[in-house]
Structure formats: C-alpha cells, structure tokens
Ligand binder design. Structure first.
Ligand code: FAD
Ligand code: UDP
Length: 372
C-alpha cells in the first residue's frame, strides 16, 4: 500500500491534518492504536444512555475565529458556558477565584476592602495568576494571596501533579487566574460551546472524506515497513517515537471512576473541584455538559491523578517545567534531522494544548506542508 501521508493518531491533531490534506487531494492513511477515533476527546453513550467522555471532561472554548469556523463545518453547537465550583472550608465557591468568590467566603466588610484593593492594584477585569498575586506588597492582598494559594491551588496541584505550584511552569496555574470581576464562567473565550451531537460525531464527519482511510487498533510500529508513504505525521509521544533515546519525558496520568445514580442531578454545576479533601481532584456531571436534562438518572466521573506508566495507563498531560522542556528540546533536535517526518499535537509537541490549540497547530502545519 502506498499513500501520500501516513498520520499516526486520530485525535484533533491527526483528524484536522487528515481532513485538510485529503481535501487538498492527498491520499491519507490514519493509524490509531485505540479502537476508536477522537483521541482524548472521544465520547460515547454509557450503558445507561448518558453521553460520557471516557478520557475526562472536554469543554470547547476558543478565541480563534479561524478554529471556530473550521470546526463548525463538521458540527452544530450547543451553547454552553462552563461553571466550576471549588469546595473551600465546607463552602462551594465559584472558580476561577473572583470577586464573587470573595463574597462567598468573607464578611461583607472584608470582601469590600479586598475588592477595592484588587481593583485599585490590577484594574477591573484583570486576570491575575496566583503566583503573581503572591508577589504583592500590600498586607491585605498578601493575606488574600496566601489564602487562595493554600485553599485553592496548593492541595489541588499536589494531587494533580505530585508537585507544588512553584515547581511547575507558572503557565500551569495561570490557566485559572484570579478574576478581578464578577464573571463566574470558567472560561472567558469569545466562543464557548459543546458539539451538538458530541465529539465522536464531529470526528466521524472530519474523517469521512473518501481520500482518508482509518486503521483502528493498530500501533504505528505494526504498520512501519508495511505501508509506503511520502510523509509521516506523528501525533503520539515524541520520546516513544525515538525509543526514549534521551530518557523518558514525564507525563501525568489519570484514573476515572464513573458512577450512575438514580437522581436527576448530583451536583450544582458540571464540575466541582476538591482542592482540600478526598483523593480525587474533581467530580464531573456529564449531563450538565451535554444537555441530557431529560434523563431521570445521571452519570458522574470522579477523577484521580496518578503517575504515568507506559503500557499500563495513558499519557494524559505533559508536565510543563524547565528540565522537561530541556529534554524535549533534545528530541526536537532529533526530529529536525529526519526528512519527511513531522511531529504535532499535545504528545508530539509535548505541549499542554487545549483542543483549539491542537487544531490551530494542525492548521498551521498543513499550511507549511502544502506551501513548502
Ligand atoms: P490526543 O487526543 O492525545 O490524540 C493522540 C492519539 O494518538 C491518541 O488517540 C493515541 O491513541 C494515538 N497514538 C499515540 N501513539 C500512537 C502510536 N504509536 N500508534 C498509533 N496511535 C498512537 N481541551 C480543551 O480544549 N477543553 C477541555 O475541557 C479539555 N479537557 C481535558 C481534560 C483532560 C482530562 C485531558 C487529558 C485533556 C483535556 N483537554 C481539553 C485537552 C485535549 O484533550 C487535547 O488538546 C486534544 O485531545 C489534543 O489532541 P491530539 O490529537 O494532539 O492528542
Ligand atoms: N488548579 C488548582 N485548583 C483548582 C483548579 C486548578 O490548583 O481548583 C491548578 C492546577 O495546578 C491545575 C491547573 O490549575 O492543574 C490548571 O487547571 P485546569 O482546570 O486548566 O486543568 P485541566 O482541566 O487541564 O486538567
């Protein structure tokens, strides 16, 4: 068999590249080692008819009109603003930590003072990373920074990464900044929605082009030597591709415990975080994401973080920190020596991409490949 492009991985990165290349007249083979398309965004009906995300909750959000317009070719959308609460000192407070969270926790007098100072220091509407807020000299804001650090970030980050916030790249905790506003949405992006019929349906449409063949349940190593191709795009872990030549890149893995309950709803919002208690980090209630409000029962996922062990669990998260970036750079140098092999995606680029960033990266690589 001979194709123009062999693409390893059928997640957002692989599917976007496959669709674009096939639409440009190329013959594409996608090889995916799981038994389904969609990568970590895969969703499916559980045995109770609840649409669940097998690899963890996925909420689409982007500021990129280009990405939004592109994906809108393959799905209609259900408007959805993600709301998250964190349990702090027995109370459910809105997350990201905002002026509304101040009110939920502190007396009106203290909340007024902290609000005034936050606005004076950073401006209304500012997004202040916790590690930045901790640099403040003001005693009241210092109190607030320490409080939020201890009650929202420290325990959650230890559970999620096995590391303290300052041991990770500051970009990690900056994903959930302190919001100097009353916006209680988890994301502030221009476009926020869920694919109307789910992610897997979206992927099915992306990959339905006649120029694309998809081989499921096959590792790239099994087809190497069997399939001839002009170019290879690899969206799996870059260290695995090179046989761990420069040592293994660290990833963080997860374990999900799903439960279906005979209740219309289990919790107040789609996601509740537990920074300070329980072994799990968060509980997600899927029907609140997908709009299956008519069901008399509900499925929830308890999310536990754990060490990644190749072959036993999945490499869900690259671990953003300097020494890992330095090791990744060594792999990048290897990659540059290869002709006709390209790496992309959360695992191929070793980057903590959201879905829209994975699609944007794939669209950019497509341009580079077709204009070279
Ligand atoms: P993946 O989805 O990981 O796809 C890579 C595919 O390659 C996999 O299917 C894998 O099986 C396959 N593969 C790897 N190696 C091989 C091999 N050797 N041979 C064959 N196949 C191989 N993003 C958001 O925007 N919003 C969210 O709410 C959100 N929530 C998330 C929650 C969790 C728990 C996680 C882990 C991620 C979340 N993300 C979210 C990020 C999102 O999952 C990624 O941005 C996106 O899936 C990246 O797509 P990808 O194609 O690069 O990688
Ligand atoms: N975070 C935290 N407490 C929370 C939520 C997030 O400490 O209640 C930190 C934690 O380090 C986490 C990071 O912020 O890994 C990014 O959170 P996000 O919700 O973006 O994580 P994801 O959904 O990608 O797992």
């Amino acid at each position: 068999m001979k194709v123009d492009y062999l693409i390893v991985g059928a997640g957002f990165t692989g599917a976007t590249l496959a669709e674009r290349l096939a639409s440009a007249g190329k013959r594409v083979l996608v090889v995916e080692r799981r038994d389904h398309i969609g990568g970590n965004a895969y969703d499916e009906m559980d045995s109770h008819g609840v649409l669940v995300h097998r690899y963890g909750p996925h909420i689409f959000h982007t500021n990129s009109q280009r990405v939004w317009d592109y994906l809108s070719r393959f799905t209609e959308w259900r408007p959805y603003y993600h709301r998250v609460r964190a349990v702090v000192e027995g109370k459910e407070i809105p997350l990201p930590f905002s002026l509304a969270s101040l009110r939920a926790l502190f007396s009106p007098r203290l909340a007024d003072r902290l609000e005034e100072k936050l606005i004076a220091q950073y401006g209304y509407g500012a997004r202040v990373p916790i590690l930045k807020l901790r640099e403040t000299q003001d005693p009241d804001l210092r109190f607030l920074a320490d409080y939020v650090y201890r009650n929202v970030f420290e325990g959650y980050t230890l559970k999620q990464w096995g590391l303290r916030p300052e041991e990770l790249s500051p970009t990690v905790t900056a994903r959930v900044p302190i919001l100097v506003s009353y916006d209680t949405r988890y994301f502030q992006d221009t476009y926020q929605a869920m694919p109307k019929e789910g992610y897997t349906a979206l992927f099915r449409r992306m990959l339905s082009h006649p120029g694309i063949k998809v081989l499921l349940g096959a590792d790239w190593k099994e087809v190497e030597g069997e399939v001839r191709f002009d170019r290879l795009i690899f969206t799996g872990p870059i260290d695995e591709f090179f046989g761990y030549l420069h040592g293994a890149l660290p990833y963080r893995s997860l374990r999900f415990h799903m439960e279906t309950l005979r209740l219309p709803f289990f919790q107040s919002v789609a996601q509740v975080n537990y920074p300070n208690e329980h072994a799990y980090t968060r509980i997600t209630e899927f029907k609140r994401l997908t709009g299956q409000d008519y069901l008399p029962h509900t499925t929830v996922a308890f999310e536990y973080s754990e060490a990644y062990e190749p072959g036993r669990n999945e490499p869900y998260y690259p671990v953003p920190k300097d020494e890992n970036e330095a090791r990744y750079r060594k792999y990048l140098e290897e990659a540059r020596k290869l002709k006709s092999v390209y790496f992309a995606g959360r695992l191929g680029d070793y980057r903590y991409y959201n879905m829209d960033q994975a699609v944007a990266r794939a669209l950019k690589l497509f341009e580079e490949l077709t204009h070279a």
